[in-house]
Design a binder for this molecule. Structure first.
Ligand SMILES: *Cc1c(COP(=O)(O)O)cnc(C)c1O
Length: 449
């Protein structure tokens, strides 16, 4: 039997409290749970979530906020949308790799691979022989094929983990030589020098903020040196009176050069000439390259280590490697990213500005016909996510009244735009064309609410 609160005397402070007879008419939990909509929801969301929605609906009825016969409807309305609190959104920010929106969206092929890997898989079993096999062997082979300049490859959970592993396995109690111009903070307080020092390595800083020469490195290198680290300043640019030696010059100094390229480009990108890539760095003499999987590579969050066989061997055999290893879903998504069709990130980067303008004009015309204050405008999009700082990409957007920003964010299909000069801009650069209809629908639904 449901617990019921004792009837309360009429109280001016609780005018909306339902009377005792109304409370008696509130249906019991087990009766509400027999509603077919809630039975279906329980299979999708689990009974705990559904019961919690029913309890909150009953509470609203007790408070007189909804009539007793609306408890089931109210519970349905209170159900969470999905088992996870993560909501899919449309990225209309004009930032291709938005860190707060999970960086790179996965390709359809990568999503499919994740689904297939979600059940039992042969991740560590050779099905032909029936014996244990190397975890991630196929994705590592795909990575090697994508970067022939790398003799070996290893995967960890993210770019930071790649640096931690390199530093721990190669430089504990020794020195990492690094330019003062490359002691960077990536974002949200994540400072690379702090991370490196936390592993027990010492930093030997050389040069100045704007200029560091090969001679500065050469002077600092000695018996204590584990490696020279070059870090790509991936989220800022220093221009003017600057100098940094190339990897080739540093490789000639006789110690391993580790290059943190950050964004994960495996080969040069025609639209991003200033962005370092793994192939070029390794060919120039880098012993190791580290990078993230979910930036310009367009894959899942992971960290790539590419380079010399002896160094990769030392890293992968280090006990810490086990703590940083990636799961099968990541392995699956990364392999599909490397071998499958172009990623959404690549498509967003390569989108033709004329085509974006055409889409914006078409959408604006449709929405204007519905009486919405909207126009198509030319914009500048960015790469974001710690890649290609200073690069702008010609783009197009829908310009809407400012109040749309919050309404779109909190709508049934959340759309995240950006505010510029008192208008809400929905930039199409990172919106896949097939999402245009959903975007239009989301804008229309703001007027209905
Ligand atoms: C993004 C970035 C990192 C950190 O990579 P995560 O995958 O976010 O851990 C490290 N170094 C550089 C240069 C970066 O751009």
């Amino acid at each position: 039997m449901e617990q019921r609160t004792a009837p309360e005397p009429d109280d001016e402070k609780a005018p909306r409290r339902a009377g005792a007879d109304v409370r008696r008419r509130i249906p019991r939990t087990d009766a509400v749970l027999r509603d077919p909509r809630l039975l279906r929801a329980a299979r999708r969301l689990g009974t705990g979530q559904v019961k919690s929605a029913v309890h909150r609906a009953q509470q609203r009825a007790r408070e007189g906020a909804v009539p007793p016969d609306a408890v089931a409807d109210t519970a349905v309305a209170l159900l969470p949308r999905s088992v996870s609190g993560l909501r899919p959104v449309i990225n209309a920010t004009g930032v291709v790799l938005h860190t707060n929106l999970g960086r790179a969206p996965l390709s359809a092929a990568a999503r499919q691979a994740v689904r297939e890997a979600a059940g039992p898989t042969d991740v560590e079993l050779d099905l032909d022989s029936g014996v244990r096999a190397r975890r991630g062997r196929t994705v590592l082979a795909a990575l090697r094929a994508a970067v022939p300049a790398a003799a070996a490859a290893h995967l960890v959970n993210n770019g930071a983990a790649a640096l931690v592993l390199a530093s721990t396995a190669l430089a504990v109690g020794r020195e990492i030589v690094i330019s003062r111009g490359e002691l960077v903070e990536i974002g949200d307080g994540f400072r690379l020098p702090d991370l490196l020092v936390s592993t027990g390595a010492r930093l030997r800083e050389v040069g100045t903020t704007n200029r560091t020469t090969a001679a500065d490195y050469a002077e600092a290198i000695g018996p204590e040196t584990a490696f020279v680290l070059k870090v790509h300043p991936s989220n800022f640019r220093i221009t003017g009176f600057t100098h940094a030696p190339g990897v080739g010059e540093l490789a000639a100094l006789g110690v391993p050069v580790v290059v943190d390229i950050g964004s994960g480009l495996l080969a040069p990108h025609p639209l991003l000439p200033g962005e370092p890539d793994a192939r070029t760095q390794l060919t120039a003499g880098a012993a190791l390259v580290t990078a993230s999987g979910d930036k310009l590579l367009g894959g899942p969050q992971c960290g790539l280590l590419l380079g010399r066989e002896d160094l990769i061997g030392a890293l992968s055999r280090h006990p810490l490697a086990r703590a940083l290893r990636v799961d099968k879903l990541t392995l699956a998504a990364l392999e599909a990213t490397l071998t499958g069709p172009a990623t959404p990130t690549a498509e967003a980067l390569g989108a033709d500005p004329a085509r974006l303008r055409h889409r914006a004009e078409r959408l604006a015309a449709r929405l204007k016909a519905d009486g919405i204050d909207v126009r198509a405008v030319a914009t500048s999009a960015t790469v974001g996510g710690g890649g290609a700082p200073g690069v702008t990409l010609a783009s197009a957007a829908l310009s809407l009244p400012e109040r749309y920003a919050a309404a779109l964010r909190t709508g049934p299909v959340p759309v995240v735009g950006r505010l510029e000069a008192g208008r809400c801009l929905l930039d199409l650069r990172a919106v896949p064309a097939p999402d245009d209809d959903r975007l239009a629908e989301a804008v229309r639904s703001v007027e209905g609410r």
